[in-house]
Each structure stands twice: as structure tokens, then as C-alpha cells.
Ligand binder design. Structure first.
Ligand code: PLP
Length: 432
């Protein structure tokens, strides 16, 4: 009998965390690493929210609580959904989770059987594909194209639906592309779903970046479209918009209270509950009017950085970069850089085992990290299936302007260093 369960071979990961080991190696060698890899705002959680939780903790609110989430927080979330999406939901449909990541796994465990088809954007948040393969479902990635601004269109969706489709994942604003689904887009997508999908097909609407939109745009949600609240698991939370990644506050609104009860049961089976004193701080994020100002200052800073970094990236030979409309990532195409540095040839020269461990983009990612102290993410980190031949990097701009400028200067230097790349491959032997 083997030590590990068979299903583990199908579990993916989030490389943004995994690359931490390589970063540590570089730091241990004395390098100064600029971290464009992690999707965490460089802002702190707001003092007025911190204070709420500190006061609660000091008052003794430190025990177990309702596994679904405390009633006042669920009510605040229901109010937020009504105000932002124009749809009434009851607190009984809301489940509080430790961050917006657990509802992904809960959704697969609740709705998806082996062999069911799951449609999801690629590039997309890697945990979607990880769960598709983990539960033995059939992956149906929609390859988003740079030429169309990485749009997830109704036409593309229609072309990927079959009788076996069980779950459709949408993410807007998107990680990693910064693409945003417009109202029109969403209306068309909803039309396709109403026309083509059985009522038991579920939509997973990942809206964790709902507060981070540029150019004065407003957030639009599939949840607001006719017939969609009955089919949609709407998910968001506090990590990104409120700069509270470490608080682990997320939530899901389920189509029915019965489905919400299953998510509650999954909480009971795993985490029991989210700490009640943290939920009080989370509630205040929606209820205290000063939060709006805090969020908008942060979004303005991200927008300023975006406006600097995109032209700077486009000025590098071999790089083309779209202008993201939301979230805090840029996703430049680096095929020209791979070509210039001889990375395609170096990749082809790797053994077949080594090839399985990386991609040309992954080799560039490691060269930038190990030789220039710039940590980025490669395309394959955002859905591997069907991504061959696509060469992108993701950079998080949730970093100070100073770090962003230093990082881009280093990348500029690196793209001219083909000797450095050749030596790097020989010296580090990262994929042997
Ligand atoms: N969904 C997307 C698209 C994300 O980018 C992330 C975090 O990077 C999450 C979900 C998970 O968020 P949390 O940290 O709240 O679990």
C-alpha cells in the first residue's frame, strides 16, 4: 500500500507561494529581491478596522462562533451584495470562509463529479485548474487571447459548452490579466447560459478584485443578470480590496439556503469557523464609511503605477503589454525576450524530464530571479493545460513605485544579457 493517496498526483498548487523557496535561496545568497510575484497589496489593513478587532479580542470575543459566519457580518455582506449588485439575498445564503480561496474547493466538492466538464479561463487563478484535476473532472480551459485584451467572450463560452458542462468559472477583474468583464459582455454570457445550460449548471463568479478598477469604471457582476442569482456562487472577500490578505476573510453567496448549508457543513468539516473578532473587523469594512476613502486611495496608487509600468514594459525590446483595467497585475508577452536571449533553444536542449518541470517563460522567470533579483510568475503558473506556446510573465504592481522602477530597470538590463542567460542555465542546473 502506498503512503500517499492516488488523488494527490492530480493536485496543483499556487506557484506565487511556491516560488518563495527560490526567493529565499536568492536572499540567503545576499541578493536584494524585488517581489513582483505575490498578489498582496503593499498597503496595511486600515487602522479603523484593526481597532474594531483589537477591541473585540480584548473584550473576550475569542471563542468559537457560528460556522456559517456571525450573523451581523453575514447581514453586512448581504447588504453589500444588494448595494453593489442590485440583488436581494438573505444572510442565510451567505457563508463566511477563511479567504476567498476555500469556496473554490467547496464548489468542486459540492457540485462536480468525476467526468463533469468545468469551463474556466486560462490564464486564470491556478487553484481552479488544480481542483478540476483533483476531483477528476474534465478541464475545459478557454484560452484567453492577448489580441482581444484577454476577454472571456460569450462566443468563446458557447463554443466550449456541452451536455457534460457542470461548472463555469468567471473571474472579473481578472488575475492574472487585469481584464474586466463589461456589462455588455456579462449580458451576452448570461444569455448563452440561459439558452444553453440546464438549471443545475453552476457559475462560479470570483469577484475578489471587485474594488480594484481603473479609469473610473464600476464593477459589474454576472449576479446582476436575469436568471443568474439562481445559478451563481458569488464569491469575494477582504484580501485584495481592503488590503487584508492575512486576515483570511472571504465569503460566498449561494443560490439557495440548502446549498449554503452544504458550504457551512464543509466549514464544520475543515475550519469550524472564522475567528469572530476578525469577522467584526470585516463587518466594519462594509459599515464604516471611511473605508471607501481608504480603498480609493489605494486604487489610485495602483492606477498611477499601472500608468507608469505599462509604457515602461512596452519600451523594452521583445515585450508587449496590454493595459489592465482592474486588479493589480500586468501580464506582458515576453516571447520576443525568450527569442532574444536564446531561451527557446535552451528549452529544446533540456531533457524530456526537465522540460516537464518548466517552460521557456519559466526559464526566463528563474533567470530574472536568480541573476537580477526580480521575482515574477510565468504563464504556466496560471493554468498549464493548453498553454504551450504562450510566453507571458505576471508582475504584481502592488509594490512601491520605487521597487517597480528598480525592477523594470533590472529587467531592461536582463533582456540584453544572453551570455548571462547561457551561464545561468549551466551554473544553476535548476531543472536537472
Ligand atoms: N481568487 C483570485 C482570482 C485570487 O487572485 C485570489 C488570491 O490571489 C483568491 C481567489 C484567493 O483569495 P484569498 O487570499 O482571499 O483566499
Amino acid at each position: 500500500m502506498a503512503l500517499l493517496a492516488n488523488r494527490l498526483t492530480n493536485l496543483g498548487t499556487e506557484n506565487a507561494f511556491k516560488v518563495g523557496e527560490d526567493i529565499q535561496t536568492c536572499v540567503d545568497r545576499g541578493m536584494d529581491v524585488i517581489k513582483f510575484n505575490l498578489g498582496a497589496p503593499d498597503f496595511r489593513s486600515a487602522p479603523h478596522l484593526n481597532q474594531v478587532s483589537i477591541t473585540e479580542l480584548e473584550a473576550g470575543n475569542s471563542g468559537y462562533c457560528d460556522p456559517a459566519g456571525i450573523a451581523s457580518f453575514r447581514q453586512a455582506i448581504a447588504n453589500h451584495v444588494r448595494l453593489s449588485r442590485g440583488i436581494d439575498v438573505t444572510p442565510d445564503q451567505v457563508i463566511v470562509t477563511p479567504g476567498a480561496k476555500p469556496p473554490i474547493g467547496y464548489t468542486f466538492q459540492t457540485y462536480v463529479n468525476p467526468g463533469d466538464e468545468v469551463v474556466y479561463p486560462s490564464p486564470g487563478f491556478p487553484i481552479y485548474e488544480s481542483w478540476v484535476t483533483f476531483v477528476g473532472a474534465t478541464p475545459v480551459p478557454i484560452q484567453l487571447s492577448e489580441d482581444t485584451g484577454f476577454a472571456f467572450t460569450a462566443e468563446e463560452l458557447a463554443a466550449h459548452l456541452t451536455e457534460r458542462t457542470k461548472l463555469i468559472i468567471l473571474c472579473s477583474p481578472s488575475n492574472p490579466t487585469g481584464g474586466v468583464l463589461s456589462r455588455e459582455n456579462l449580458r451576452d454570457i448570461a444569455n448563452v447560459i440561459r439558452d444553453r445550460c440546464r438549471p443545475d449548471v453552476r457559475i462560479y463568479a470570483d469577484e475578489i478584485y471587485e474594488h480594484i478598477l481603473f479609469d473610473g469604471q464600476k464593477h459589474h457582476s454576472i449576479f446582476s443578470e436575469e436568471g443568474m442569482p439562481e445559478r451563481t456562487v458569488l464569491v469575494s472577500g477582504h484580501s485584495k480590496g481592503f488590503a487584508m490578505t492575512g486576515w483570511r476573510l472571504g465569503w460566498a453567496v449561494l443560490p439557495t439556503t440548502d446549498e449554503a448549508a452544504i458550504f457551512k457543513q464543509l466549514n464544520i468539516n475543515t475550519i469550524s469557523c472564522v475567528p469572530p473578532f476578525l469577522q467584526e473587523g470585516g463587518r466594519a469594512a462594509y459599515e464604516d464609511p471611511s473605508t471607501i476613502k481608504t480603498v480609493s486611495e489605494m486604487v489610485t496608487a495602483f492606477e498611477r503605477r499601472r500608468d507608469w509600468v505599462v509604457p515602461a514594459l512596452n519600451s523594452i525590446t521583445g515585450v508587449t503589454c496590454q493595459l489592465p483595467k482592474g486588479s493589480f497585475y500586468v501580464f506582458p508577452n515576453v516571447a520576443g525576450v525568450c527569442d532574444k536571449l536564446g531561451i527557446f533553444e535552451a528549452y529544446e536542449a533540456l531533457s524530456s524530464t526537465a522540460k516537464r518541470k518548466t517552460t521557456p517563460g519559466g526559464m526566463l522567470q528563474m533567470f530574472l530571479l536568480y541573476r537580477y533579483g526580480v521575482a515574477t510568475m510565468d504563464r504556466a503558473s496560471f493554468g498549464r493545460i493548453g498553454s504551450e506556446g504562450q510566453h507571458f510573465l505576471r508582475l504584481s504592481i502592488a509594490n512601491s513605485m520605487d521597487d517597480i522602477q528598480r525592477g523594470i530597470a533590472r529587467i531592461k538590463e536582463a533582456v540584453d544579457d544572453s551570455n548571462g542567460f547561457t551561464n545561468f542555465v549551466k551554473e544553476e542546473r535548476l531543472w536537472d
